[in-house]
Design a protein around this ligand. Sequence first.
Ligand SMILES: CC(C)(COP(=O)(O)OP(=O)(O)OC[C@H]1O[C@@H](n2cnc3c(N)ncnc32)[C@H](O)[C@@H]1OP(=O)(O)O)[C@@H](O)C(=O)NCCC(=O)NCCS
Length: 181
Amino acid sequence: MAAIRQTRMIGCADPQTTDNGANHTMLIRPFRPDDLPILKRITVAAFDGVSIDQGIQELFGPIHGYDWQWRKARHLDEDVTRDPSGIFVAEIDGRIIGGITTWQDREAGIGHIPNLALEADCRGQGLGRKLIEFALQHFRESGLTHAKIETLVQNAVGEHLYTSLGFREVARQIHFVAELS
Ligand SMILES: CC(C)(COP(=O)(O)OP(=O)(O)OC[C@H]1O[C@@H](n2cnc3c(N)ncnc32)[C@H](O)[C@@H]1OP(=O)(O)O)[C@@H](O)C(=O)NCCC(=O)NCCS
């Protein structure tokens, strides 16, 4: 099990507190099954505007009775099924503020980061960077040599953050969807 890491905070305090968050610490800990509903909520909210499923819905409407939020939340179910021990949750004062999901292709030597999300009031303070650094260290400790992450072209924060952490662009992909008549 990956070690719990702590990072001092400059903001994003528990909304119940009255200080500016200077005395608070972000904790990154392993995922527990009861984290799933809140992690889904945070991830769905965070992916508003940067979601392939949302793009599909904009063109086709809800499909098979399900909206994009349902489809996005299901990605977390897939992450849990694939490797629950590769999911890490970020907490401040017991409040879950986000998380990162990972899985490992050990034979290929590559670690994957399918989902990463933070509550809106906790973004822009370096916490996303800390979560990715944590995942990268998790991969190193597992003996992996490379890490892979994807983002959409409209996700300027993702593109900046990932390249600043050493990720290099290798390809751009086009997603097509057709309605079957
Ligand atoms: C992606 C996410 C987890 C990053 O977390 P975060 O805590 O906001 O990120 P950080 O504060 O660590 O870093 C953000 C970086 O982007 C930069 N940035 C902020 N707005 C930007 C913009 N519009 N264009 C380019 N860079 C921007 C910041 O300056 C910072 O870079 P720096 O450390 O070099 O100054 C968070 O923003 C989030 O939940 N976003 C919505 C969901 C999402 O996009 N998930 C990833 C999908 S691939």
